[in-house]
Each structure stands twice: as C-alpha cells, then as structure tokens.
Design a protein around this ligand. Sequence first.
Ligand SMILES: Cc1cc2nc3c(=O)[nH]c(=O)nc-3n(C[C@H](O)[C@H](O)[C@H](O)COP(=O)(O)O)c2cc1C
Length: 180
Amino acid sequence: MSSEGAQDRAQPVAADDFRRACGRFATGVTIASVVDPHGTPHGLTVNSFTSVSLDPPLVLVAVGHTASVMEAFREARFFAVNVLGAGQRELADRFARKGQDRFDGLAWHAGETGAPLLEETLGEIECAMRYRFTAGDHDLLVGQAVRTEVRAGAPLVYFGGSYRKLAEGESAGVSRSRID
Ligand SMILES: Cc1cc2nc3c(=O)[nH]c(=O)nc-3n(C[C@H](O)[C@H](O)[C@H](O)COP(=O)(O)O)c2cc1C
C-alpha cells in the first residue's frame, strides 16, 4: 500500500458502519454501579465491560460523557459490575432508560465497598477505581477487583443490537467464589 493509501485508510468509518461492525461482537450485559457521597446509588447498562489484567485483576468499563451518571462515576472510589442473567432483560432496559430513578423500588444492597449490588445476578465484581482515561466521547474506567461472587445460570447476551439467549445447554453451572 502506498503511503497515500495508508493515509486514506486513517479516515474514520461512518457511524452506522462502525455500529454495525461492532454489533457483530457478542457481549454479555452488565450494570455498572456506584454510590455517591450522599449514599444515593447510580448505575447504567453497560456492554463495554471487559477483563484487562489477571495480575493484578483489572477490569474496564467505558462510560459515555453524556451519561447522566458520568459525574458520579468520576467521583467514586469504588464501582461494581453486576452481570445480568438471561431473565434480567427488564433490568437492562431500566438501566438504559433516561429520566427516571433507576433504583427506585428495586431490591439492592451495598457491597463490602459500598457499591450497589443487584439481586440474583449471574455475577458481581466490586472494584477499586485505579485508572481513568478519556478516549473520544467516553471515559475508560479501570478498576481492581476486590471482591467477586458468581451464581449459576444462563447469561443475557447482546448481539446485533438485540438481546439474545444462548442456545439450550450452552450455559455452564458455577460454584460460588470469593477474592478478598
Ligand atoms: C445493551 C446496552 C449496552 C450499553 N452499553 C453502554 C456502555 O458500555 N457505556 C455507556 O456509556 N452506555 C452504554 N449504554 C447506554 C446506557 O445504558 C444509557 O442508555 C445511557 O447512559 C443514557 O442514559 P443517561 O444519559 O440517562 O444516563 C448501553 C445501553 C444498552 C441498551
């Protein structure tokens, strides 16, 4: 490829093409959550969650700058990642909807770090905030896992802009584990 060609290739793709291509990557669905200094819980539906490092155990979530919860995430020392099961699509919808108290009337409790944990999720990862980067229109929040818990069940899956379930027999049972 000529250097001119390489330069052409540096142009960003159109937003729709980008969205469609990224949508070919199947993800789980999580709710990232923090509590503010007044004890009020905040959270949003997130599929940008990924594990980053094993030693130390680091995870990442990307939160959009325009998200109403952005400020609470910027100030928080801890956050939690609540991994949703196949039967928790309503929670995913609720935490992606604008203009309502997402925790109103919902069963939740504070974890050991104070971060809000939802009931009956597939897994929970409580994290201490370690790094924050700005990348485009999102903040990348990297946290060190300080406590985990897992439960058996099938995951909620997001693919091609829709929620999916794994085909029968593809979800493994797991036993509880914990890291202190
Ligand atoms: C399946 C799914 C995954 C999402 N993943 C993210 C994400 O990784 N990061 C993010 O900032 N918003 C994500 N969103 C959007 C937010 O959940 C939410 O809709 C957005 O923050 C707007 O709400 P707000 O401005 O009222 O906070 C996702 C939404 C859905 C439905």
